[in-house]
Design a protein. Structure first.
Lengths: 265, 787, 159
């Protein structure tokens, strides 16, 4: 890891100010992706601004079907939240499948979505749940937030404060883990809103990162069943191909995981 | 059997330090005035080194020295060598290319070391390494062995035209051809044995310390064989004379073959320690380990096996291309030859075998022995082709094997080996019974109702352990003898130290070796200490690999114990004034049988050292050494049964049952032996279903971390059912055969046979990942649809 | 340099370390607690697992500075004198061979059992295998590690 200057932020404003003062500052949330990247010398921020000390950024609030999760809430906390499990068990299960127990004790929802790894789980969940990402400056709809591989709508000096969504009537997530990294080789989150609107988000497969699948959404809106998903033709155009599997296999996984997600919902 | 003797499940003596965090691995050691090393490594698979600019690096804070290959060779440090000479069929010697610890003119794989930086801190060393500017002229690279043999392929070493290291054969080609021509049925296969990274959890590490006053070096290193390291470092690399070099391999966190070899880093650190007059430490990161630890396997083979009308094998012909990587590592030549082709008879009585092996240079990490070394390649080939032949001929695979088993011993195969003991049908029967082989059709039908494809696969493996005898391996080209040494020191108070040339890096020698001594003299195991891993303490030894610690290492201890016992009897007979024949050793005493007259064990020790009353002419003391050179290899064998369920939707395979029936001869500690089998099978599962080293066409390593190289995790594996059906080895005093590698040898073919059985498509390479299984399943469906 | 203070194995510790010091480097190099190991550089092998404020964490993926004020327990501090039940279980079930992954494995196992017992959840073999996703062992094939954790869980429940 290259030399750096470490800062402990006491508030969101303090964090923003410290980053602004740095030549190439980065916020440090759980650090479960950033620190390994820095260890490999693939990232070299001049300054790290640790967000752990900021009060009020962690915690889960459930009010009726409205859920708000603080940005610094760990995956373990999301996975273990009894309140969340009552209204949206699929998101709790998703969090419980990220990384491993030790990683889940440090990794945070805010850090995960700010990084927007194309194989991360949360982006699929939040996109399918039509979540709103609240920052220190504004509210951003998930549809606008995830803009491509490792890129988001976040601007300079913008910090995620929380994510919120209305728990849908039904939702489910199924992930096929990469056997090496255990990230999603493909993960599909399906959500059916109270009005019958269906959103299907796919992670791990898209060449541009997380995306919504129109064909699956239409089919599942018409009939909410695994067999409806089974009837959808999944194109492999634009899907990732790497040493682990090709686009055709990922297309197959989209269908298989969609079916499982619906069954689990 | 006593409570702590041979056959007892004694808990391990060494565990306490490991479970409390008090183990002492190389990287845990910190010397006075310790500096840190970092290597500048080639980012190219193949390039000419046109120049090195170290000026910036040398000026940086904390930098002590920046050293390159020209300085290294200028100081007379020799090239790394392969220690086993294998000649081509035409008698010409193997084409060994030069390998300098730091590259001088050319780099030949991504990770090839070019410059060594020594600095006050690890961070300073790494920073300076990044500041070294190496001017490379990139050259085209070749990655696959078959490609390397093609006309016009990039030339890796000038003295190996066409990248061919040797073209070697074993057996009678004309006889094999003739037998195949007359066969009633011939099965032909092309088989790829995938490339693996050994991945012991402790990365390699070395600390070299030069003592200027004594002109003496100490090397702490992660080695499976510290004495061989010392011998090679002094005799071939001329780093230091043997008597001025102490090599210590303290606690070592796994090896699996990868820590047998002497690597450039150890040589460079020793040399740098002398240059800088500092203790120089290097510890590999996992990323460096993927780039520099010797890989395993990487064969491409075509084979034909012929049967007569009665399903008896008449001939077997094999053609293998083996990738040895960019340089010939220490034992690389022996692995695809004498450790491979010699096992191609499997458990079967085959009159005619011929094997041709071409070894090849490529722009990849050197390839050498990895758990099993050659024998997994042989077993995979034999057991895949037997299963395939059975399917083609419509015969039960178990019965085709049984019909061809070697049934009487000794049995001379046409490929050197003389099998000396075994009961192959006994192991097969035990495995089939334990796996409820007969009940499989019902289980398959039940799985089908759940939408799962269930398959079953067998592998009846044989391997050879304890490579020996020395004269024989010498005649085959080995540069070393393959005996083992031991020294047993009985102290004046009767406690015992056993010094062994074997090395434990997880195998539990401190317990099993002590059990043998406890068993012999009926002493508490706490009174016995096993000493290993330090060339200043143990005089010489060949180390631990090839499952040799039991059959060879323990045999040397037994031989030394024989000598100790002889002297103990002489002393006790003299003191007690009886005949030696009247004495029995039990319960911590040397007793006169049938009487209450006895000397306590410690009294014998004391008598030996006080020397007040010894038989006339006897030397004082009670310390005996022995060198043991086995009369033959040992031949562990057995049958593994694997049962899988494949999810047709994703191609995911779950191992639902894994049964092993092993013949390891005498078993000293069943708990430890079972642990060895568990670990071996897990590595076999890794090879068969998960692990794969992948290079791109330019020679960049794509599977360079655990993000892309799939290590077996707990949830990838089932629990294993381990059974024993043993015949004693007649080739060593305890009847041991060795158990360290069997699991990794027998499991891959059993697994692939099971998966191919499940999906109805025999065309499936390792690792059988879900995408591959899914594709093979679709291909099988498409074929059925077309028909 | 950053001033840090934390409690490690019950002892208050204060030091000035380079800002980029990882917790594992602080433990191994500054405190010489070498029982915590480093087996990879991608936060996957788990040889470095310690407890921070009672939770298993990968000390290779945490800055020492981030552990400011924390209670850190390493393998050396898991028990006082007597073996922790999980340590005993690893020995009694032959849950280790080379021993390198063992400290992280035991720390993860103790954390796992504590979490399941606190939540009143049953720790099945399947759950144990899933929970071990972040701990890689190359020697044992996990067979005896699973047995050790089952036994350790029973011992911990018995108190």
């Amino acid at each position: 890891m290259y030399d750096l200057k470490y800062h402990r932020a006491t508030s969101v404003d303090d964090a923003v100010a410290k980053r602004a003062a740095a030549s190439d500052g980065q916020f440090l949330a759980g650090g479960q992706t950033l620190l390994p990247t820095m260890k490999h010398r693939l990232a070299a921020p001049s300054d790290l601004i640790d967000l752990r000390g900021i009060g009020g950024l962690a915690g889960i609030e459930v009010s009726g079907r409205n859920v708000t999760i603080g940005a610094m809430t760990t995956h373990a906390a999301v996975a273990g939240s009894a309140e969340l499990a009552k209204v949206c068990p699929a998101l709790a299960a998703l969090a419980g499948g990220i990384g491993d127990p030790a990683v889940r004790h440090q990794g945070t929802i805010g850090g995960s979505i700010a990084n927007n790894d194309p194989a991360a789980d949360y982006p699929a969940g939040l996109l399918a749940l039509a979540a709103t990402i609240s920052t220190n400056k504004r509210k951003i709809a998930a549809d606008d937030f995830f803009t491509g591989l490792f890129s988001t709508a976040l601007e300079e000096g913008e910090i995620i404060v929380s994510v919120s969504f209305e728990a849908p009537a039904q939702c489910g997530y199924a992930k096929f883990p990469n056997p090496a990294s255990r990230y999603a080789m493909t993960g599909v989150f399906v959500a059916k809103g109270g009005g019958g609107a269906v959103r299907v988000a796919v992670t791990g497969a898209g060449g541009d990162g997380v995306f919504r699948h129109d064909g699956l959404e239409k089919a599942l809106a018409a009939e909410w069943s695994a067999s409806a998903a089974d009837g959808v033709a999944i194109s492999s155009d634009g899907l990732m191909s790497d040493i682990h599997c090709d686009a055709a296999y990922r297309a197959n996984l989209i269908k298989a995981m969609a079916k499982r997600a619906v069954s689990a919902a | 059997m006593t409570e702590q003797g041979i056959g007892a499940r004694v808990l391990r003596k060494e565990d306490k330090r490991f479970i409390t965090g008090k183990g002492r691995y190389t990287d845990d050691i910190r010397n006075e005035r310790q500096a840190y090393a970092a290597f500048v490594r080639s980012p190219h698979a193949h390039a000419r080194v046109k120049g090195i600019d170290s000026a910036e690096a040398e000026k940086m804070d904390g930098v002590i020295a920046v050293l390159n290959g020209k300085q290294l060779t200028g100081d007379g440090i020799g090239n790394l060598i392969c220690g086993w000479g294998v000649s081509s069929k035409d008698g010409s010697p193997m084409n060994m290319g030069a390998w300098s610890a730091l590259a001088t003119d050319k780099v030949r794989y991504v990770g090839d070391a070019v410059v060594l930086v020594v600095a006050e801190t690890q961070a300073a060393a790494r920073a300076a390494a990044e500041a070294v500017i190496v001017d490379y002229e990139e050259l085209p690279a070749v990655v696959h062995a078959v490609d390397a043999l093609k006309k016009g392929a990039p030339q890796v070493h000038d003295n190996a035209p066409g990248n061919l290291i040797f073209d070697w054969g074993l057996g009678d080609e004309a006889a094999a051809d003739k037998a195949l021509k007359g066969a009633a049925h011939v099965t032909e296969m092309e088989i790829v044995n995938n490339r693996l990274s050994p991945n012991p959890m402790e990365p390699r590490s070395a600390i070299a310390t030069y003592d200027e006053a004594e002109d003496h070096y100490t090397l702490h290193t992660t080695s499976q064989n510290p004495h061989v390291a010392r011998l090679v470092l002094s005799a071939f690399y001329q780093v230091a004379p043997e008597h001025k070099l102490r090599v210590i391999a303290p606690d070592v966190g796994g090896g699996f073959g990868s820590k047998i070899y002497i690597y450039p880093e150890e040589i460079a650190c020793l040399w740098a320690s002398m240059k800088t007059r500092r203790s120089v430490k290097w510890t590999s990161s996992r990323s460096e380990a993927f780039m520099t630890d010797a890989h395993g396997r990487d064969h491409v083979t075509t084979a034909r096996i012929g049967f007569d009308a009665n399903n008896r094998i008449v001939g077997f012909k094999i053609d293998t291309v083996a990738n040895l990587g960019a340089y010939m590592s220490l034992f690389s030549s022996a692995v695809p030859t004498y450790l491979y082709a010699t096992l191609l008879s499997g458990q079967y009585d085959i009159a005619n075998i011929y094997c041709n092996v071409r070894t090849v240079y490529t722009n990849t990490v050197p390839v050498d022995a990895y758990r099993g070394a050659g024998r997994p390649e042989a077993c995979f080939l034999v057991e895949r082709i037997m299963e395939t032949a059975a399917r083609e001929m419509g015969v039960d695979p178990a019965e085709l094997r049984r019909a061809n088993f070697v049934k009487s011993f000794p049995h001379q195969t046409p490929v050197i080996m003389a099998y000396d003991a075994g009961d192959f049908a006994g192991n097969l029967d035990q495995a089939l019974e334990a796996a409820d082989y007969k009940g499989f059709p019902a289980r398959r039908a039940e799985a089908a109702k759940r939408g799962k494809l269930r398959g079953i696969g067998l592998a009846s493996y044989i391997e050879a352990c304890g490579i020996a005898p020395s004269a024989a391996v010498g005649s085959l080209g080995a540069g070393v003898g393959l005996w083992e040494s031991a020294e047993v020191r009985v102290n004046p108070v009767g406690t015992i130290e056993v010094l062994t040339g074997s090395h434990s890096h997880g195998q539990g020698h401190e317990t099993t070796f002590a059990q043998v001594v406890a068993d012999r003299f009926d002493l508490p195991i706490e009174n016995i200490q096993i000493v290993h891993g330090d060339t200043d303490k143990v005089q010489f030894g060949m180390g631990t690999y090839g499952s040799r610690s039991g059959p060879v290492g323990l045999s040397a201890i037994v031989k030394a114990l024989d000598k100790v016992e002889a002297k103990v009897r002489k002393i006790a007979a003299h003191v007690l004034e009886v005949s030696e024949d009247d004495l029995v050793i039990e319960n911590g005493q040397v007793k006169v049988a049938g009487t209450d007259r006895a000397m306590a064990w410690h009294e014998v020790g004391l008598a030996a050292y006080t020397a007040h009353n010894l038989p006339a002419g006897m030397e004082p003391g009670l310390k005996e050494g022995a060198f043991y050179d086995p009369t033959n290899f040992t031949f562990p064998a057995g049958t593994y049964v694997c049962e899988v369920e494949v999810d047709p939707e994703t191609g995911t395979t779950e191992i639902v049952q894994f049964v092993a029936s092993d013949d390891f001869g005498t078993i000293i500690n069943p708990m430890i032996v079972e642990g060895q089998v568990h670990g071996g099978i897990a590595q076999g599962v890794g090879q068969a279903m998960l692990e794969n080293v992948v290079y791109d066409a330019d020679g960049q390593l794509l599977s360079a971390s655990y993000m892309d190289y799939a290590m077996p995790r707990a949830d990838d594996l089932p629990s294993f059912a381990i059974h024993h059906h043993s015949t004693k080895s007649p080739s060593n005093p305890l009847g041991l055969k060795g158990c360290g590698e069997a699991g990794a040898i027998g499991s891959p073919p059993a697994i692939i046979n099971a998966i191919t059985d499940a999906i109805g498509n025999n065309d499936l390479d390792m690792p059988a990942t879900p995408p591959r299984v899914w594709a093979a399943l679709n291909a099988a469906s498409a074929k059925i649809a077309a028909e | 340099m950053t001033e840090i203070s934390m409690t490690v194995n019950g002892k208050r510790t204060r030091a000035a370390v380079p800002d980029n010091t990882l917790l594992v480097e602080f433990l191994r190099e500054h405190l010489r607690l070498t029982g915590t190991h480093v087996g990879c550089d991608t936060s996957q092998c788990g040889a470095c697992v310690v407890h921070v404020d009672g939770r298993a964490m990968k000390s290779c993926t945490m800055l020492a500075a981030s552990a400011e004020g924390a209670e850190v327990t390493t393998i050396e501090g898991l028990s006082n004198g007597e073996l922790h039940p999980m340590q005993a279980a690893f020995k009694e079930n032959h849950g280790l061979q080379c021993g390198f992954c063992t400290p992280g494995m035991i720390m993860s196992a103790a954390d796992m059992v504590a979490r399941y017992q606190a939540a009143g959840r049953e720790l099945t073999e399947k759950a144990i295998r899933h929970e071990l996703e972040g701990n890689i062992c190359r020697c044992t094939g996990y067979h005896n590690i699973v047995r050790a954790i089952q036994d350790g869980a029973a011992k911990m429940a018995a108190g």
